[in-house]
Design a protein around this ligand. Structure first.
Ligand SMILES: Nc1nc2c(c(=O)[nH]1)N[C@H]1C(S)=C(S)[C@@H](COP(=O)(O)O)O[C@H]1N2
Ligand SMILES: [Mo]
Length: 170
């Protein structure tokens, strides 16, 4: 067996179900031992009585990986980079905001499919001082990522990822 091509036992071997566009807790079946024929209304899967939503489509999200939160950055042209995802519509665009400035279009990496993460970068002219950087994605249908902050329970976190950085003189 080619270990690189099959999930490990920890990840569900020999069968692992992945449904594009749905969070793992409603779609990523592992260690299948029994199948029961029922209806959507008559059955609640493991996480549902534990306070999680029965329907859980993956929400459009984007994330700032560079610079890391709280990081000291030296002034000059610096990348603001990360990933965005918007299954199953695909990422249409990603914008970055520095402090209270206007939203600037980030450069997107290769599109390897609507279900995949998409890298993006904005070249930022970092000036000395404290700065707040935010990011938001728009899906392939033109719907902007929800900016309302919400925790992952019950159906996936929302909000625009924001990091604070300190820029020092060179
Ligand atoms: N049998 C079984 N399958 C499961 C779970 C579980 O607890 N038991 N957890 C689900 C959740 S919440 C997630 S996020 C994914 C995680 O899969 P991974 O370990 O391959 O990342 O498995 C899903 N499938
Ligand atoms: Mo999960």
């Amino acid at each position: 067996m080619d270990a690189g091509r099959y999930p490990t036992i920890a990840h569900g071997f020999p069968a692992r179900l992945v449904v594009a566009g749905l969070y793992g807790y409603v779609s990523a079946t592992k260690w299948l031992i029994e199948i029961e024929l029922t209806t959507w209304e008559a059955f609640d899967a493991y996480w549902i009585p534990r306070g999680w939503a029965k329907e859980a489509p993956i929400k459009t999200q984007s994330r700032i990986d560079v610079p890391a939160p709280g990081r000291v950055v030296i002034e000059g042209r610096r990348p603001v980079a990360g990933v965005a995802w918007a299954p199953t519509k695909g990422v249409g665009k990603v914008e970055v905001q520095i402090d209270d400035g206007s939203w600037q279009m980030a450069r997107l990496g290769d599109d390897v499919g609507a279900e995949s993460w998409r890298q993006r970068v904005l070249d930022w002219d970092a000036t000395p001082g404290d700065h707040t950087i935010s990011v938001r994605a728009t899906d392939g249908d033109g719907v902007v990522q929800d900016g309302q902050r919400q925790t992952s329970r019950p159906d996936g976190a929302t909000g625009w990822h924001t990091v604070r950085v300190v820029v020092r003189r060179a």
